[in-house]
Design a protein around this ligand. Structure first.
Ligand SMILES: *Cc1c(COP(=O)(O)O)cnc(C)c1O
Length: 440
């Protein structure tokens, strides 16, 4: 017997007509707090003896539907929705790490995550060790007795690396370390990290899940696969008697969803990055069409990448959905339905050609986001990475010629025509700049 399939869950999981009004769409429960039935009910709620709403910093009914939907789409036991993808990462590590602990992260990551791990986490004395996501053995080599977690992305942003999740999961399992996967770029439509050994999944809901570029959010999914109690005293948030809950041990009381509970009742309760009910509502609406949108995102991205690949002004295209790509085979294993819609390419005209392209397109929006219905473009060397030396830029995958695209849902002919309007001109020799790469 198997349950409902993905596209059905994307519309229905966690939701039911509103019991008091019959509203079919999950309402925006725009309230800060909730009336207790009586004093005993209030006492039970505060003591975690019964589940229920207390205050919207900790939970909210619109948020709860979003959480159940995401847990269901990823196959986990429970989820926690929060204010942003970065807040989700923050709460994951806050739940796992004590001051002085270490974790290992694949260095092919979203730039904001690299900053968060390198700088802000240092203030908590949480220490990142960097490994190479293209070399699973490098994760094992970085393990020390203080290593409490391993973190990587499924499709690594923005380099287009498809990560060998099963190989890294096997190392994590061998050393009994929880494995966290950021599945933002793939979404559960393209990749199910749990099937490849993840214990905890995080997402920026801001990207493809919300899908319309209108709200920031994040989520933690507890896969229920890691046995916290068997890890001795390594994860005290989950296994030590909790002084703020009458000595309760969260890992014992909540079993295979205790990580999601701990992240909520310790992390979210005390650090506070709650998602606004309005944003939870908008993201839920986005998720209803996730399957349709991801299939079209991938179709459009493949068409654009193929067009670029054959263009004589283009030096290279790095999209794992192309058979010529080094990660194509891994993609067939990890995300067989497609490689997403974010990729990079290089113009033979280098830095100046990149600047010219960004300035010349009309349909593409020049901005720092991905996963919108709209096609987006950025030239990292002149924007996000402008302060680095050329050498540093290249090491970060943001060399002078690199252009990053997030292909949207417009008609692919129009997307290609917008790029052609600038790039075709480069090969025409009109500015002479376009042919520089061909002679060098
Ligand atoms: C955007 C992004 C994040 C951070 O999410 P926010 O919602 O912007 O905080 C983390 N990981 C990846 C892969 C992202 O693309």
């Amino acid at each position: 017997m198997s349950g409902p399939k993905f596209d059905t869950l994307a519309i229905h999981a966690g939701a039911a007509p509103d019991p008091s009004t019959g509203a079919r769409v999950t309402p925006i429960y725009q309230t800060a707090s909730y009336v207790f039935n009586d004093a005993e009910h209030a006492r039970e709620l505060f003591g975690l003896e019964t589940f229920g709403n207390i205050y919207t910093r900790i939970m909210n009914p619109t948020q709860a539907v979003l959480e159940q939907r995401m847990a269901s789409l990823e196959g986990g036991t429970a989820a926690l929705a929060v204010a942003s993808g970065h807040a989700a990462q923050f709460l994951v590590f806050h739940t796992l790490l004590e001051s002085g602990d270490e974790f290992i992260a694949g260095r092919q990551l979203y730039g904001g995550s690299i900053n968060q791990f390198n700088h802000s986490f240092k203030k908590f004395n949480w220490n990142v060790a960097w490994a190479d996501s293209t070399d699973p053995a490098s994760f094992e080599a970085a393990i020390t007795p203080k290593t409490k977690a391993i973190f990587c992305e499924s499709i690594a942003n923005p380099g287009g690396v498809i990560v060998d999740l099963p190989a890294i999961a096997a190392i994590a399992k061998k050393h009994n370390i929880p494995f966290i996967v950021d599945n933002t770029m793939a979404t559960p439509y393209l990749c199910k990290p749990m099937e490849h050994g993840a214990d905890i999944i995080v997402h920026s809901l801001t990207k493809f899940l919300g899908g319309h570029g209108n709200s920031v959010g994040g989520v933690i999914v507890d896969c229920g696969t890691y046995d916290w109690l068997a890890a001795g005293d390594r994860y005290p948030t989950l296994t030590a008697p909790n002084a703020s809950y009458n000595g309760m041990t969260l890992g014992e009381t909540f079993g295979d969803f205790s990580f999601a509970i701990a992240a909520r009742v310790m992390g979210l309760r005390d650090l506070g990055p709650a998602i606004a009910p309005m944003n939870a509502f908008l993201i839920l609406n986005g998720i209803e069409t996730l399957g349709l949108r991801m299939a079209r995102h991938c179709e459009n991205a493949t068409a654009v990448a193929k067009w670029l690949e054959q263009h004589r002004a283009v030096a290279w295209v790095n999209y794992a959905g192309l058979e010529s790509n080094a990660y194509y085979a891994m993609g067939q294993k990890i995300c067989p339905k497609g490689a997403g819609s974010v990729f990079t390419f290089g113009l033979k005209g280098g830095y100046e050609a990149g600047v010219k392209l960004v300035a010349g397109v009309h349909l593409f929006s020049h901005l720092a986001n991905i996963g919108d219905t709209r096609s987006l473009i950025i030239h990292p060397a002149s924007t996000t990475h402008a302060q680095l030396t050329d050498e540093q830029k290249t090491a970060a995958g943001a060399g002078p010629d690199v252009v990053r695209l997030s292909i949207g849902l417009e008609d692919k002919d129009d997307i290609i025509a917008d790029l052609a309007g600038v790039i075709d001109d480069m090969t025409g020799g009109v500015s002479a700049r376009g042919v520089i790469g061909e002679s060098s």
